[in-house]
Structure formats: structure tokens, C-alpha cells
Design a protein around this ligand. Structure first.
Ligand SMILES: [Zn+2]
Ligand SMILES: [Zn+2]
Length: 194
């Protein structure tokens, strides 16, 4: 399985080179790719390391400020095991998606990410999107994955932002505001299966 992943990664890199995106050291630094150790529901992820300090900038989201970097010099892509059981085109879509995250200004799903995704979709007939059709893909892969259970859903009262937690500090709503809009949080109790 590991070998198949390395082969497909190599194919993706070559395809990109053919359309003018050469993943050389100068452009992206170093990229490694592995099968994720944790068996979770996401397709894959890209862990960024060694930020280029000269590309540091501050992003203001609502009242909060975040330190961001446009460029990282080391990236470790992880692809989930259940994805490796799917059609090659879905695996390669996942790899391509994570490769884009390694490119400058692409450590999110913003405009620059979309620009590359659209270009690759158009030129190489991929179907890279922010998210795949996870429900259908999970069904197709017969690898058992661990479902995660959460006891709390935290929902912003002003915008559509929400997330789940297993445990929650009792002062949470007093201490924290929505990072997107500064709105107050509402807490829903229950058992949320993701
Ligand atoms: Zn992504
Ligand atoms: Zn909000």
C-alpha cells in the first residue's frame, strides 16, 4: 500500500511538471508522503514545517489576529488508509489536493488554492475540490474506520461556524468568541457521531 502511494505521488508530480508546475526545491522545499497512522475520516492532510520567516504576515479574523506564513519549506502529506482502498482517480485527487497545500500561499482553501485546483482540473482532468463526496467514498472503501463521538457541538450565534468537542471547559462561552466573526457561542449537548 505504501509503495502504491509513492508511485501515485510520483505520477502526480510528473503530470504537474508537464503542465508547468515543477515541484522543485526552490518552489516547495521538501515534500514527503505517507499513509496516515491515525485511522480517521478525512481523506488526507498536509502538515507544514519550517516556515519561511520572511513570508510571515498577520491575518485578522474578527477581533483576533493570527500569525501566518505564505511559504513553508517542509511538508508531510498524509493520506488516510481507507482512501487507499478506492479507485486510483480518487487517491490521486487526494494527493493532488494535498500537493497544492504545499505551494506558496496555499496553506488554506483560499483564492490561490482554488486557482491551482481549477488549473489542474482543467488541464489534467482532475476533480479537486475543497472536499470530496465523503459519504459515498467511505461506503465504497471497505476498510473499517473509527467513528468519532463528540459530546458537544459549539455553534456561533452569528455566523455559520461550528465545531465539535469531546470535553468542554465550563467557562467556554465566557472565555471564547467565534474566530470568524467575534459572535458568542451556543453549546448543544448530545452525542454527535462524525
Ligand atoms: Zn485541503
Ligand atoms: Zn461567527
Amino acid at each position: 500500500m505504501e509503495e502504491k502511494l509513492q508511485e501515485l505521488f510520483y505520477e502526480c508530480k510528473n503530470e504537474l511538471k508537464n503542465i508547468g508546475i515543477d515541484l522543485n526545491h526552490k518552489l516547495v522545499g521538501e515534500i514527503t508522503i505517507n499513509i496516515a497512522k491515525r485511522n480517521c475520516q478525512r481523506y488526507g492532510c498536509c502538515k507544514q514545517e519550517i516556515p519561511d520567516e520572511s513570508t510571515k504576515y498577520i491575518e485578522k479574523v474578527g477581533k483576533k489576529c493570527y500569525i501566518r506564513y505564505a511559504i513553508f519549506k517542509k511538508h508531510n502529506i498524509e493520506v488516510s488508509r481507507w482512501v487507499m482502498n478506492l479507485n486510483t482517480d480518487i487517491i490521486k485527487n487526494t494527493i493532488m489536493h494535498e500537493i497544492i497545500h504545499c505551494l506558496p500561499n496555499c496553506n488554506n482553501h483560499g483564492d490561490e488554492f482554488k486557482k491551482y485546483a481549477n488549473y489542474i482540473n482543467y488541464k489534467l482532468n482532475y476533480n479537486i475540490s475543497r472536499l470530496g463526496d465523503k459519504k459515498q467514498d467511505l461506503k465504497q472503501s471497505n476498510i473499517e474506520i473509527k467513528k468519532e463521538h463528540f459530546n458537544y457541538k459549539i455553534q456561533c450565534s452569528k455566523c455559520d461556524y461550528f465545531f465539535y468537542r469531546k470535553r468542554l471547559n465550563c467557562n467556554f462561552t465566557k472565555k471564547y468568541r467565534c474566530g470568524k466573526c467575534g459572535g458568542k457561542f451556543i453549546i448543544l449537548n448530545g452525542l454527535f457521531e462524525l
